[in-house]
Design a protein around this ligand. Sequence first.
Ligand code: CP
Length: 335
Amino acid sequence: MPAHFTHLHEHSAKELFDLIDHAVLLKKRPFKGRPLQGKSLAFCFMNPSLRTQVSFEVAAVALGGHPLVLSLGTATWQMEHQEGIVMDGKAAEHLKEAVPVLARYCQALALRSFPAGVNWAEDRLEPYLSAFRKYSPVPVINLESATGHPCQALADLMTIRERMNPKKKNFLLTWAPHIKGLPMAVPNSAAEMAALAGMNVTIAHPEGFDLDPEVIARVRANCKKNDAAFRISQDVPRVYDNADVVYAKSWGSIKDYGKPLPSDPEFRAKWMVTADKMKRTDNALFMHCLPVRRNLVVADEVLDGPWSVVIDQAENRLHTSKAVLLKLLSRRPPS
Ligand code: CP
C-alpha cells in the first residue's frame, strides 16, 4: 500500500477489502486504547462538507489523535499551487512551503479540493491534491477531489456488503438531475468500487454525460477480470429492471464542461429516481452519498422508503475513516 490514500486504483482490491473488513470490526467493537495518541492530523477543506469533516474528526478523536480542521484559503492564507509563478495575485502562500510546514506539526494531511469547473483538462490533473502529494513527507488522504472520493467508496461498499454478497449482483449507477454540474468524483469511485467487488455494473446517463474514459476503462477491465457484465445505457426506466443496488448521483458534462444542466421538467422527471422506477428492481437498495436534493435527484417516497440506506452509508463513513487512519498511521509511530 502506498503511503497515501488518494486514489482507489493505486490500491489492490485486497487492500481495499481489508480496510472494509477492519471497518466492520471497528463498527462491532469500538477500538480500545489510543493508537493515535500524540499524533495531530490536519483535515484541510477548500469546499463545504458535513459527513467527511465530522466523521474524520470524530474518528481521529476516538482513536486518541488530535484533529485540526482547516478551511484552506479562508481560515488560512489563500494557497498557490503553480510552480514558477509570480505570486502577485490573491494567494499569499505557496503549497511548496505550506504543506511541509503542516507536516512538521502533523502526522497526516487530508484535503478536500473540488474541481474549479472551468477547464476539465486542468481540473482532472487535481493541482492542489497533486501538490499535497508532491510536497508532503507524511501520508495524504483525499477527502474528495476532481476525479475521486475513495473514502466515500469504502463506506458505500461496506454498506452493500452488510446486506449482500456483492459478487455478480446488479449495480446501477444512475445520473440524476441537479441545478448545476457537479464533480464526477463520487460516480467515478462508486463505479470503480462496484467493479472491484465483482458486481455487474450498469452506468445510466443522458447523452453527453460520459464519465472520464480512463475511469470507464478501469471499470470495464475490472468487470471483465471478475467475469461480470458492464454496460452504459440511456434506457431509463428499463435499466432499473433486476437491479440490486441503485446508486444515484448527478454529475456535470465533460463535453459541455461548466455549463448549466438541462432543467426542463420532462427531462428531470425521466432521470429522477422515483418509487415507480424502484418498484421495477429486485427490492434494490437506494444509495446516495449525501447531501441530496429531494424531489430533484430522488423522490421523497424513495428516500423515506424501505429502499433507502443513505443514513447507514453516512454512518459507515465513520468506521471506514477509522480504518484508513489506522492503516496509514500505524506504520508511522511517533518519534
Ligand atoms: N458524502 C460526503 O462526502 O458528504 P460531505 O460532502 O458532507 O462531506
